[in-house]
Design a protein. Structure first.
Length: 319
């Protein structure tokens, strides 16, 4: 990757960091009516029974669940999650830093061949992968110190989101069976995410890529595994090669139909019959709504709602 390409990529890296890449690597909740609560050992017995029914070995089940315990700090973190109370500007200022941009560029140079493979195989460019990598763990520097099995067992037992975390605990047993997770030593985020891009066990099993050829997917120590696994997962979320991106926003939609798009803004909806001119905005509740044509031949219309934006003259957004 040349210096010119890296320099041109940095704005995309900054944009992806600012637009809340973190969290996009988290999976959607599964179905409801999942067993939870009650006596913890009885709960683990139910998990063990389900794991045996799915073909897991008794050795892997015992190794994973024998020492599992409730972690009260995990429950405390789950109930807090103050990041969701921040407005966009506060979040973006904390997310985009000179450190992340500098080290992101260094890593794109260092692992240029791996990034080229990621884009060739999955269509995801280096700056997007690097943005997730930097935002999640500062390129592996801060991966979390919560015991992964305890975190998953705690959240699976807790009745707030068992439908999300029980499958992850079962997937952790599978990872133990494959030799990719040590129940006593593997640590990560409080919500059970593992490695440099903070992925849950079920997603690692589904999308893990052995980038360095050692027959294991090690997202804690291997940068090639991390880069290629992230690319595979991002592609699975709907990434399309060569199309523009703007993050996963609750207030914007895209339409491939010519000259029309629909979007929602702060609970209201509107249709744009054609892309608005740049810096042309329409008031929508407490937000400003605009649309613009992007992509090849301007065939994709993006509707964007700015809530809590920096307002300029006449109270309109400055961008």
């Amino acid at each position: 990757m040349t210096k010119r390409i890296i320099a041109r990529s940095l704005p995309a890296l900054a944009l992806a960091l600012a637009m809340g890449a973190g969290g996009a690597l988290g999976p959607a909740p599964a179905n409801a009516q999942t067993p939870c609560g009650g006596d913890f050992r009885a709960f683990l017995g139910g998990v063990a029974q389900e794991a045996r029914a799915s073909g897991r070995s008794q050795a892997a089940i015992d190794a994973t669940l024998a020492g599992a315990r409730i972690d009260r700090k995990v429950l405390s973190r789950d109930r807090a999650q103050g990041v969701f109370k921040q407005d966009f500007l506060t979040f973006s200022k904390r997310s985009v830093s000179g450190y992340r941009l500098k080290h992101g560029a260094n890593n794109m140079r260092k692992y240029a061949k791996t990034f080229a493979r990621a884009e060739r195989d999955y269509g995801v460019p280096a700056p997007v992968i690097t943005a997730f990598w930097g935002l999640e763990t500062d390129y592996g520097a801060v991966q979390g110190d919560f015991n992964t099995v305890n975190a998953l067992a705690t959240l699976a037992h807790d009745c707030r989101r068992p439908q999300l975390f029980r499958p992850q605990l079962l997937a952790a047993i599978e990872m133990v069976e494959h030799g990719d997770l040590d129940p006593a030593r593997t640590t990560g985020a409080w919500a059970g995410e593992i490695g440099q891009v903070q992925m849950l066990p079920e997603d690692i099993i589904r999308h893990g890529v052995d980038g360095d050829g050692d027959r294991h997917v090690d997202l804690k120590k291997s940068a090639p595994d991390t880069i290629l696994t992230a690319a595979s997962f991002i592609q699975s979320l709907g990434w399309r090669r060569g199309e523009p991106s703007a993050g996963r926003w609750p207030c914007w939609t895209t339409s491939r139909a010519r000259g029309s798009s629909s979007g929602s803004c702060c609970g209201s909806s509107r249709r744009a019959s054609r892309p608005a001119r740049r810096r042309s905005w329409t008031r929508c509740g407490g937000c400003w709504m605009g649309s613009v044509a992007v992509g090849a031949s301007n065939r994709i219309v993006v509707s964007l709602a700015l809530c809590g934006a920096v307002y300029g003259r006449r109270g309109r957004p400055t961008g």
